[in-house]
Structure formats: C-alpha cells, structure tokens
Design a protein around this ligand. Structure first.
Ligand code: PMP
Length: 406
C-alpha cells in the first residue's frame, strides 16, 4: 500500500511582469506618500500643496454649476483632444507669453500623463533622453518604462549648462531633451533669460526637440515670471510645453495640458485615446468654468505669498545647521529647496535617523539619471507652517551634526 501523499499548498499565482517594470516593485513616490501620512513625522518629502489653501468653496460652486447647466454633457464621453472650453482657457493663459490657439492644446490628466503621452508618441526603446542633473524622477520613470536611456546633463545655479548640453547632444544623439526651466523640481532653481536663449540656440542648431515641463512657473515669490523657452524665436514648433493645474488649483482634479504645433498634435491625440480615451469631462468643464469665472491669478498670488513665508522660514532655519562646504538653493518660487551636504554625508542613510527624530525629506540620489550626489536632499517647504518648519529643521540639524561626527 502506498502512503497517502501529503498535500502541499499550491504556489500562489504570479503574473508574469514585463521587463520594463521588473525591479520597480514600489515607486519612490509611493514611499513618499506613506512617509508623509505618518502623524508623528513632519514630512518635507512630498510636493504636497497645503490643502488649507485650496479655493474649496469656489471650486465647489463650479462643480455645481457644471452639473446644473452642462450635466448631461459632463457625465458623457468627450473627445481625446480635450473639451473646447478648457482648451480655450488654456490657450488664453498661454497666449500671455506665446500666441496659442485652442486647437494647439491637448488636455491630459495632470502633466504626469502628459509625460507618458509624450513618451508613447516619441520614444523608441533605446532612445536617449537628455535630462537635467538632477531632474524630476517621475518623468525619468515615464520615459524609462518606454525603454529610453536617460543621460544627465551638467547644471549650475542657472540650470542646464549650454556647453554641456551641446556636447551631450553631439555625443549621444538624443531623441529629445527634457527640461524644467522655472522653479525646477527638485532644486527650485530657475533659468534666467540669457540661459534660456543659449539653450534655445543649442537646440535650434542641433535640431533636437524640447519637452518643456512648467507646472510651477506661476508660483513666483517676487512677482516676476519667466516666459517659456517655447516662446523664443523658432522654438514653438519644436517644443512640447506642459502645464498643470495641480500646483495652482488642485492636484486632485488631475487636469493639465500640453501645447504643440503641427502634425504631432494628431499623434498626441491618438496616444491619449489609446491610454485613457479622454480626461474626465466633469473635471475639464469645471476647471474651464473656474478659469473663466474665478481669479486664478489672485488665488495663485495668495498661495505664493504663504509659500514665500515658508521658504523664508526654511532658508533661515537651515543655513546655520548645514555643515561647512554645503550648498543650498534659494528658490524664488515653486515648492522645493535643495541641499547638498557635501563629502562624507549620505542622505539616504541619514533618513532613518531623521524619521526617528520626527522629520522626513527626500534623499536626492533618486533625482539623478546617473552619477548621483548621495549627500543631497530635497525639502518641500509648502506644506507646513513657519513654526513647524523651524522646529523640524532644528531637529534635522541635530541629525546632520551627529552624522558629521561619524
Ligand atoms: N512635472 C513636474 C516637474 C512635477 O514636479 C510634477 C508633480 N510633482 C509633475 C510633472 C506631475 O504633476 P501632475 O501630474 O500633478 O500635473
């Protein structure tokens, strides 16, 4: 008689995962949101607008108006290009710097989807994308899952260095260049006008397209704004310019757009349709109503004034706690400050001690396509009050001091 076989638990089913997502089990962004949610930690890690500053009543009345007056349309499918009212409002805002017609706008579900649409439309596996060093990590991710190879280009306090860009273009023959010229994520830096002109000259001469990501440009602390590189002579036809309502009105509505010219507009609409058909019609019509009837500029001025105070609080608190030789940016707008502690410091290793002390930041290494500065960190100053910032940066200072003695 044979002994009965011992039943073994069946192996759980595992979906085969595409190589492009293997090793990407958890996005660094997901970890940030988990950290930020902990009540006992003051998190400077995410780029999270302060919800207390949302224009809630006005947005609510816009949703109500849309549902009452355009309800059947708002709840129906729409068009991949985006709803006309929103494209008209987007074109009106863009035309302050760059004449734009509604037909040149493609609506996206935030600029993150815009970056994905761009990658779908332009990139072949193996293509090189030149990016600033450091750059926005989720853009790198959107390009990487399409098989692109990112190469970081040297930057200084004025953004990407034109000579380095020129050299990198000649060496690597990139499919496109991705830049965030104003109040950059992660550094907070802004390219001055002369630098923009020098970069445009390189791109025009070498005939490489530009992806210009501008979600922060309106959040200026001085009142000065910078015209996009797309508005420089010859650049508009070779630039895809991305805007978003996330930092100006609400990240939750997930509405952004991009401006393009010529035949790429059709490809962008096809890519958008393949990804998501269209962005939420209710949300598009509501944002259009908001842009038409509310004063977004006044709202952005109010938000920027609060952010400016917080930038001041962080800049003042951090200066004395940084080690000699450290470098810190002084952003004139946007949400982020970037500190590079210098030789001997490892911001990733320090993070556990910082979190234990009740403060979190984002280690800077993840923002580099290559050659990371391990001592760097990104600190968002927008979410907390000046008092909370001062206190938490003080605690961060103690952690930095301990690590400096090791
Ligand atoms: N680009 C940059 C440079 C960003 O910082 C962000 C948001 N952190 C995005 C795009 C995407 O933002 P959203 O999809 O909310 O518009």
């Amino acid at each position: 008689m044979t002994s009965p076989s011992v039943p073994t638990a069946p192996e759980p089913f595992r979906f085969p995962v595409a190589a492009r997502y293997a090793g990407m089990a958890s996005s660094p962004l997901k970890d940030i949101f988990a950290l930020a949610a902990r009540k006992d930690v003051v998190s400077f890690a995410g780029g999270i607008p302060d919800p207390a500053l949302f224009d809630l009543d006005v947005v609510a009345s816009c949703y109500e108006w849309v549902l009452a007056h355009q309800g059947h349309r708002a709840l129906q499918y729409g068009v991949s290009e985006g709803e006309l009212e929103l494209r008209e409002q987007a074109a009106r805002r863009l035309s302050r710097d760059l004449p734009t017609h509604a037909s040149q706008i493609r609506v996206t579900s935030g600029s993150q989807e815009g970056l994905f649409v761009v990658a779908q439309a332009l990139l072949e596996p193996g293509d090189v994308v030149l990016v600033e060093s450091p750059t926005y990590l989720a853009a790198v991710q959107a390009f990487a899952v399409h098989g692109a190879r990112m190469i970081g280009v040297e930057t200084d306090d004025d953004g990407v260095v034109p000579e380095a860009l020129d050299e990198a273009i000649r060496t690597h023959r990139p499919r496109m260049v991705y830049l965030i010229p104003t109040f950059q994520n992660p550094t907070g830096r802004t390219m001055p006008a002369e630098r923009r002109e020098a970069v445009a000259e390189v791109l025009l001469r070498t005939d490489v397209p530009l992806i210009e990501d501008d979600p922060y440009g309106a959040l200026s602390f001085s009142g000065s704004t910078w015209a996009p590189i797309a508005s420089l002579p010859g650049m508009s036809e070779r630039t895809l310019l991305l805007n978003s309502m996330s930092k100006l009105m609400s990240p939750g509505v997930r509405i952004g757009w991009m401006r393009a010219e010529g035949s790429i507009l059709d490809t962008l609409a096809v890519a958008k349709a393949a990804i998501s058909m269209q962005s939420s019609v209710v949300d598009q019509l509501t944002v259009a109503r908001y842009l038409e009837t509310a004063d977004l500029d006044a709202h952005v001025a109010t938000v920027s004034a609060v952010y400016r105070e917080r930038r001041d609080a962080m800049a003042t608190a951090i200066a004395p706690v940084l080690p000699a030789g450290a470098h810190v940016t002084h952003p004139e707008g946007g949400m982020f400050l970037w500190a590079s502690l210098g030789e001997g410091y490892d911001a990733q290793r320090m993070l556990a001690d910082a979190v234990a002390a009740g403060v979190a930041y984002l280690p800077g290494w993840s923002f580099f396509a290559d050659h990371p500065d391990l001592s760097s960190m990104r600190l968002s100053f927008v979410t907390h009050s000046p008092e909370v910032i001062e206190d938490a940066v003080g605690r961060l200072g103690e952690v930095i001091a301990q690590h400096g003695q090791r």
